[in-house]
Design a binder for this molecule. Structure first.
Ligand SMILES: NC(=O)C1=CN([C@@H]2O[C@H](COP(=O)(O)OP(=O)(O)OC[C@H]3O[C@@H](n4cnc5c(N)ncnc54)[C@H](OP(=O)(O)O)[C@@H]3O)[C@@H](O)[C@H]2O)C=CC1
Ligand SMILES: CCCCC/C=C\CC(=O)/C=C/C=C/C=C/[C@@H](O)CCCC(=O)O
Length: 329
């Protein structure tokens, strides 16, 4: 028997989530039966999608959703050895009993020196989102100019670095001067702090006077209305997320798109990373190779302690992270 801790959604979010929206509970788990494994959380992911998805998929009292890297602590399933690590989408909990059908092993060639937390970020869901948005939606080509917002975050840092690997010009914006310095360290050609500029239109034009071929949109809202005006004819826009709207308490108008979409003959398409599940294995190997070769740098924003899951989530939504936000147990 093991005592699992779990965070539940005590009350649906209104605006920016608060600590009082969550409740910490405990649950007794029995010993694993034949075919089952007992998992213990090592790293848990906090992601923006949890904000809109909780409203769509959870009832008050349900365990918060999310993925984690877990260690197999007891196994009665020959496919999973004790001491091995897996990815599991079992929510914000310290322990979980699985029959093995919902587990993804960490790639067998994972280098010992790489932290397993990267399997939630650069070599995991957020790295894949960056790769698919650029390749499948933007169909980005060498020498093109790319714009990405929320650029210093988990997806954005990967978008900019993959664009550079592909021989493109990368422009990124983020919400602090430290984040802008970091983007330059990563090799972004231009970066600016969207919170301190006087005109977004001018900043976008100065960063790329000829305009943008590709726009990887993590932010949505008014930013996107302004960015569309800076697209080149036949530009491509990958709608990854709209984090500027997730905490809205009233319906948001816009972005206003028709004139730019039509007159510049732009292509805009939303995507969810799971669309290319059949490519995940090969794509993760490509991301792993780039990280091993030092062509992609991975910064993580690690918060220690399961009790700090809500604080880490709220901080990430408020811009407190550089790179992937992860909680370490
Ligand atoms: N379509 C898909 O399959 C996937 C989509 N996503 C989307 O990608 C985006 C980035 O996710 P992820 O990289 O995990 O998160 P990040 O690591 O980028 O963290 C979120 C960041 O968003 C920025 N942000 C918060 N509020 C605003 C705002 N009002 N305006 C502009 N920026 C804001 C903050 O950075 P700053 O300091 O710069 O403001 C914050 O650090 C999200 O929209 C998410 O929903 C993610 C994964 C998969
Ligand atoms: C208000 C409009 C909503 C806009 C889009 C919202 C979110 C986009 C986004 O960030 C999507 C991310 C998808 C991630 C998928 C992850 C899966 O691997 C598992 C998710 C389920 C789980 O956590 O258990």
């Amino acid at each position: 028997m093991v005592l699992a801790k779990l965070w539940t959604l005590q009350q649906h979010f209104e605006g920016l989530p608060k600590e009082s929206n969550f409740e910490l509970k405990q649950e007794e788990l029995p010993d694993p039966k034949d075919g089952e494994v007992l998992l213990e959380a090592v790293f848990l992911s906090v992601d923006p999608y949890m904000r809109p998805y909780s409203r769509m998929h959870l009832k008050e009292g349900d365990t918060m959703m999310g993925a984690q890297v877990s260690r197999v602590v007891r196994s009665r399933n020959p496919s999973y050895l004790e001491g091995s690590h897996v990815i599991v989408h079992c929510g914000w909990r310290t322990h979980f009993l699985s029959d093995g059908s919902d587990l993804t092993p960490i790639p067998s060639n994972w280098p010992e020196e790489l932290p397993l937390s990267l399997a939630l970020g650069a070599i995991g869901m957020t790295g894949l989102a960056a790769l698919y948005g650029l390749e499948e939606i933007c169909e980005i080509k060498a020498e093109e100019t790319l714009l990405v917002n929320a650029a210093a975050g988990a997806v954005g840092t990967m978008v900019g670095q993959i664009a550079k690997i592909k021989g493109c010009r990368a422009v990124g914006c983020a919400g602090s001067d430290d984040k802008v310095s970091y983007l330059k360290e990563l090799g972004f050609d231009q970066a600016f702090n969207y919170k301190t500029i006087s005109s977004l239109e001018d900043a976008l034009r100065e960063a790329a006077p000829q305009g943008y071929d590709c726009y990887f949109d993590n932010v949505g809202g008014d930013f996107t209305s302004t960015a569309l005006a800076q697209m080149k004819p036949f530009g491509r826009i990958a709608l990854s997320g709209s984090i500027s709207t997730y905490n809205n308490t009233a319906p948001h108008r816009g972005p206003s798109i028709h004139s730019h979409m039509i007159l510049k003959q732009l292509r805009m398409e939303g995507f969810l990373v799971e669309r290319w599940k059949h490519k995940h294995h090969d794509s993760l190997q490509r991301l792993l190779a780039w990280v091993k070769e030092g062509r992609i740098k991975c910064r993580e924003h690690i918060t220690e302690g399961f009790e700090n899951m809500p604080a880490s989530f709220i901080s990430m939504l408020s811009g407190g992270n550089v790179g992937k936000a992860v909680v370490k147990i």
